[in-house]
Write a protein that binds this ligand. Structure first.
Ligand code: 5GP
Length: 189
């Protein structure tokens, strides 16, 4: 998506540890006009009428998923990062290692909001090593729901997540795929 790539080149900052900061327009301050275009593009790439729910993970996926959901007319449900180990029977849970915080979280989702009738589109801001997406896919499997695909705003193509998800036969659409990045250069695939 050209508009997004131009914005990454203009306002993205590369930080140590292969972290791209896009917090001036995507995941801290949010450019709603841009995210609106992102929502439309996800709809164009996932035209299926079967989708019943959009699933994301807190925190930075939520805003993007909500704006995109207006083009799908389905609810957004977000998996929560739980601090509590007191997990009761009314939730699905999985573990996710955070790329940016290097911590393992229990991630939970109420059974009320996902079941075997659901066809789910996953949306998230970044795909790096794929832990967050694998965790969400695990929750979908636990619910017996069907995964319709995964829409990612920025995939870091030099990390393993994208290949892992595509090898599973999941329909993955990343709006910008970064081939390489250094302090002074950033190249898209
Ligand atoms: P993964 O689980 O694929 O390794 O990482 C995905 C999650 O880590 C995303 O939900 C995102 O919040 C965060 N993340 C991964 N790489 C980056 C990055 O380069 N910049 C930012 N801002 N977040 C990232």
């Amino acid at each position: 998506m050209e508009l997004l790539k131009e914005r990454i080149l203009k306002d993205g900052l590369v930080k140590p540890g292969n972290v791209l900061k896009v917090d001036s327009f995507l995941n801290h301050q949010m450019d709603i006009d841009l995210i609106n275009e992102i929502g439309k593009e996800f709809r164009r790439r996932f035209p299926s009428d079967k989708i019943t729910k959009i699933l994301t993970i807190e925190a930075s996926g939520i805003g993007i998923a909500c704006i995109a959901a207006q083009y799908f007319n389905v609810p957004v449900v977000f998996a929560k990062k739980s601090q509590s180990i007191n997990l009761d029977g009314d939730i699905y849970s999985t573990k996710v290692e955070s790329f940016t915080h290097k911590k393992v979280y229990d991630v939970i989702l109420s059974k009320k909001f996902l079941d075997s009738n659901d066809h789910v589109l996953v949306i998230d801001d970044f795909l790096a090593n794929g832990c967050a997406l694998m965790g969400l896919i695990d929750l979908i499997h636990k619910a017996g729901a069907t995964i319709e695909g995964a829409g990612i705003v920025i995939e870091k193509g030099f990390q393993q997540g994208g290949d892992m998800i595509r090898e599973k036969g999941i329909h993955l659409e990343s709006l910008a795929i970064i081939k390489s990045m250094t302090d002074t250069s950033l190249e898209f695939e």
